[in-house]
Ligand binder design. Structure first.
Ligand SMILES: *Cc1c(COP(=O)(O)O)cnc(C)c1O
Length: 409
């Protein structure tokens, strides 16, 4: 019965063009990657889909550092952090992060997690107790939404970047503790949250601001420290979550906040307490990743990335001008996440399939990840893309636009 029940649900997913597929990579994460297609055959594709924004995932120094970490510490950590999974390597990572963010968060301390998903669940559930009201931005990442579903707190949603709307909600709240929760860079849109205005509201209404900087860490700010550096924010009210599997090129996540908050998370966050600590070799390699992020290498890569962002945006704008008959729309973005909104689910999947036939992989993103009618290509750029790579994408989009416009006419 259960099998039939699920089969009918799967058919419904398929009928809406919402079926998702796994693919297998055979080579390191990089713009030119060997991937097995649906036919099982390996093929080199030009990828515009990873979140490896600085192109560090395949950096030889990281592979080297991982190998060195494995020689020093072996494989797994063997236990949760409070039992015996915590190591010198873990502590060095959190010390570095606390130091990086001390100009932005007074008395900063950091706590490490295996994934950003876990870190978000931990922060939102541990801080979101019955006396708390959570103010959650509409376009927040699934992990923040799940965190507020699991939390005992009441959750109120506010509109995308709607500072005035949030102000009204905060003014009406009688909760003892108020938590504003937001992505810093919206993962499917690429735009940046109005963090200075949100922080001003937090100050005004005695609230805390949880900032999920999954897509800003490593990318934004001169030294790559992310959205807090980008806006030059400083406040005890900031609670920063960052992930280390994206621009940092490895895996893991962290929370940086006032030391009392991180101490409370250590004592109370179930996702921290009851989950095995990350492999120490990964932590060891993260120190090299941090070096690369803040060094000349990181600075040059961030500059190249900005140039590619401009090239892509100008190229797409020119295509949209030439093909006004198409309902396509370029979302505003100041980051390497650049969505091209196509509209329908089937249309976006056809476009993604067509690009893939031409050797380009750009993922189509559909509801429920984005709103109905806003299915999109989520183009992401990496510092290891070349100008020629972006030109190739633009040329493929141009011919697809011309064909689709003709077909619609
Ligand atoms: C990817 C992502 C996460 C989850 O981080 P993982 O380390 O991949 O689990 C959290 N928040 C946002 C906004 C993300 O994009």
């Amino acid at each position: 019965m259960l099998i039939e029940h699920l089969q009918s649900k799967l058919r419904a997913i398929e009928a809406q063009s919402l079926t998702r597929f796994l693919r297998e990579a055979e080579s390191p994460t990089a713009p030119h990657q060997t991937v097995r297609g649906a036919d099982g055959l390996p093929r080199e594709l030009l990828m515009f889909c990873s979140n490896d924004y600085l192109g560090l995932a395949a950096h030889p120094r990281l592979a080297e550092a991982l190998a060195e970490g494995a020689r020093l510490y072996g494989g797994g950590s063997g236990a949760s952090p409070l039992v015996s999974g915590h190591s010198v390597a873990h502590r060095r990572v959190t010390d570095t992060l606390a130091d990086w963010f001390s100009p932005h968060i007074p008395k900063a301390r950091a706590l490490g997690f295996c994934t950003g998903y876990m870190a978000n669940l931990a922060v939102v559930t541990a801080l979101g107790d019955v006396e708390t009201e959570i103010f959650s931005e509409t376009l927040n990442h699934a992990s923040l939404i799940d965190g507020s579903r699991l939390a005992r707190a009441r959750t109120t949603r506010y509109g995308h970047a709607d500072v005035a709307g949030l102000r009204t909600l905060l003014a009406a709240s009688t909760a003892k503790v108020k938590l504003i929760v937001t992505d810093a860079v919206f993962s499917m849109d690429g735009d940046i949250a109005p963090l200075p205005a949100l922080l001003a509201l937090a100050e005004e209404f005695d609230a805390w601001l949880i900032v999920d900087d999954a897509h800003g860490f490593g990318v934004l700010g001169r030294k790559g420290r992310g959205s807090l550096e980008h806006f030059d924010l400083c406040s005890e009210r900031l609670i920063l979550v960052g992930t280390l599997g994206k621009a940092a090129g490895l895996a893991g996540a962290f929370v940086v906040a006032h030391e009392t908050i991180t101490e409370y998370l250590l004592q109370a966050a179930r996702n921290y307490i009851f989950s095995t600590a990350s492999p120490p070799a990964v932590e060891h390699a993260l120190l090299t990743s941090f070096d690369l992020i803040e060094s000349e290498v990181g600075q040059q890569r961030r500059e190249h990335l900005k140039a590619l962002q401009l090239q892509l945006a100008q190229g797409i704008k020119a295509i949209l001008k030439r093909h006004r008959g198409l309902p396509w729309r370029l979302a505003p973005s100041e980051t390497p996440v650049r969505p091209l909104i196509v509209g329908g689910n089937a249309e976006v999947m056809q476009l993604a399939a067509r690009l893939e036939r031409e050797g380009l992989r750009v993922p189509g993103i559909r509801p429920p990840t984005v709103a109905v009618g806003e299915a999109r290509l989520r183009i992401t750029l990496c510092a290891t893309h070349t100008v020629a790579d972006v030109d190739r994408l633009l040329a493929a989009l141009e011919t697809a636009a011309a064909d689709m416009e003709r077909a619609a006419a």
